[in-house]
Write a protein that binds this ligand. Sequence first.
Ligand code: GLN
Length: 197
Amino acid sequence: MKNKLHIGVLALQGDFAEHIQKLQGLGCSTTEIRLADQLNNIDGLIIPGGESTTNAKLEAAVGKTPIFDAITKTAKQGLPIWGTCMGSILLAKDIEGSIQGRIGLMDITVRRNAFGPQRASAEILLSIPVIGEKIFPGIFIRAPLFIKAAKSVEVLSSIEEGFVMAREGNLLATAFHPEMTEDDRVHKYFLSIAREK
Ligand code: GLN
């Protein structure tokens, strides 16, 4: 088992700095990922919150090799990848009613901005049995909702309208932002997946 994990955080746009701070607080070393060859030698990748349409446009502009293709390749080799909010949208195979660019690896359907502008930002108390009994404060910011999943997907947390956390093998998605709370149990859960590798 690895002692010190080295985790990459996609840093095209969005709240990558908050993830990096959290990861360093948990004893990981980190790299801001902008180019395809930076994906070598990391134990896991986080795709942060931000704006999915902007990231889809930026990805082709940043390096010679589009980073989304390289992420797909390393994911297929088993790299653990966790998408938070926008990151979950980029990971989803299906974005309801949209043909916007994506990485498209996880067999879920997401509905963007599902909580509407009137609830653009809210804290919802979540039950996430896989991290323990204690309720987790879920921060939702113009968040998506997961509305469909293939059988291969394990739903890890649900609310009335749909589900908000799911895992499919080496892929993890949260509609909310665990990097914005004091509670570090979802980060620890992802690190446990990275350690399994
Ligand atoms: N609404 C954004 C999108 O659709 C996601 C918001 C977020 O990541 N906080 O890309």
